[in-house]
Design a binder for this molecule. Structure first.
Ligand code: AQP
Length: 347
């Protein structure tokens, strides 16, 4: 049986990258799971607080994320959907894993390096070095490994930006198993979608991200048709008028083609060269119009469902509390096994 697990930070409404790179796959895995599989998705509040968060805002974002995931098709009768921050074993296991993870592994993470670069740019006046950033930010991927290993997860559907973190989780699982001569943790495998990486509409050298300053850089699953059309019309491409698929040389236009394919084809493998051929002799505006229409067709039902669900706070609370309770019930066994292995069993 498979244990499918993934998480998302409550740091804003999900964008098309989160949806096409991860959430859509979560729904598909949930809907095609066999009776023995376990499907778990969580909202990772403890990851969100590795950067400063306004508490009132964070509370709202946690509900927004819950409503977003439900609107995208996560079904609490098929998947266990819960809040990581309401299950203390996540941080308990993270502490244990902190104690076997060399800091060198963490300093190598590109996410850590980019957070450091952002901090340096924001404080260009003063010298910013690693020792001035918070420990939680460095340990972020260890908490992620704990999230995964706490459920003995086998399959992890995430976007390409998470590959390095997932490899670290595999290394930590192997290190724990080896150190204590056990096979308690399966080595988790990454599951990717064909649209592994959706790019920013303003700067196609970057991934689409919730935290990028420009709202025009991302399409939210709650954007209305007019907003989607405007953002796609403004998407940065290049000066070559031809429409060709070349992700390295022409990331902007290639991003439009891959979003189009992801929103129109039902099959899991999109042949982007042949999508590009359909636009031979046409203009970038023609492509942008079709991309916007395809995204609107995908997003509009989600947006409407989100609006409906977000008003039903009582139901959201019920779903969330039931999920948290079930999750707390599931993790005790693994934690007891881990503590026994360490010599920390209850007397
Ligand atoms: N641009 C992307 N393309 C494909 N997949 C993506 N994911 C994120 N951005 C893209 C995938 O979405 C899942 C949940 O992301 P997250 O919120 O936990 O992580 P993140 O990488 O921090 O996402 P953001 O949107 O960029 O948020 P901020 O700006 O707050 O850091 C993951 O599976 C991720 O791979």
């Amino acid at each position: 049986p498979r244990v499918v697990f993934s998480g998302i930070q409550p740091t804003g409404i999900p964008h098309l990258g989160n949806y096409l790179g991860a959430i859509q796959n979560w729904v598909q895995l949930q809907d095609t799971a066999s009776a023995n599989d376990k499907i778990l998705y969580c909202i990772v509040g403890y990851h969100a607080i590795t950067l400063p968060q306004d508490p009132v805002h964070l509370e709202t974002e946690r509900f927004n994320m819950l409503a977003s995931l439900l609107a995208c098709g996560i079904d609490p009768s098929k998947s266990l959907l819960y809040n990581q921050d309401q299950v203390p074993e996540h941080t308990e296991l993270a502490w244990i894993l902190n104690c076997i993870t060399p800091m060198g592994w963490l300093y190598r993470m590109t996410t850590w390096k980019s957070k450091l670069a952002v901090a340096r740019n924001a404080n260009s006046e003063e010298e910013v070095n690693e020792s001035m950033l918070n420990l939680g930010l460095l340990a972020y991927p260890v908490l992620q490994a704990a999230d995964i290993l706490l459920h003995k997860s086998t399959h992890i559907p995430v976007g390409e930006d998470q590959t390095q973190h997932l490899e670290l989780a595999q290394d930590i699982a192997r290190a724990f198993n080896h150190k204590f001569n056990t096979d308690i943790f399966p080595i988790p495998q990454q599951l990717s979608t064909p649209t592994k990486r959706v790019l920013s509409l303003r700067d196609p050298s970057q991934k689409m991200s919730k935290s990028a300053p420009s709202e025009k850089s991302r399409i939210l699953i709650t954007d209305d048709p007019a907003a989607i059309s405007a953002k796609i019309r403004g998407a940065v491409t290049d000066s070559n008028p031809d429409i060709t698929f070349d992700p390295t040389g022409r990331p902007g236009v290639s991003n439009l083609l891959s979003m189009l394919a992801a929103c129109t084809t039902e099959s899991s493998v999109a042949d982007l060269d042949s999508t590009a051929q359909l636009y031979r002799g046409k203009q970038i505006q023609d492509l942008k119009r079709d991309v916007a229409d395809a995204i609107i067709a995908r997003v509009e039902p989600i947006r409407t469902e989100y609006e409906r669900l977000r008003k039903d706070l009582a139901w959201l609370r019920d779903v969330s509390q039931a999920g948290d309770q079930e999750a707390r019930g599931r993790v005790g066994q693994t934690m007891s096994e881990v503590k026994k292995i360490l010599g920390l069993a209850r007397h």
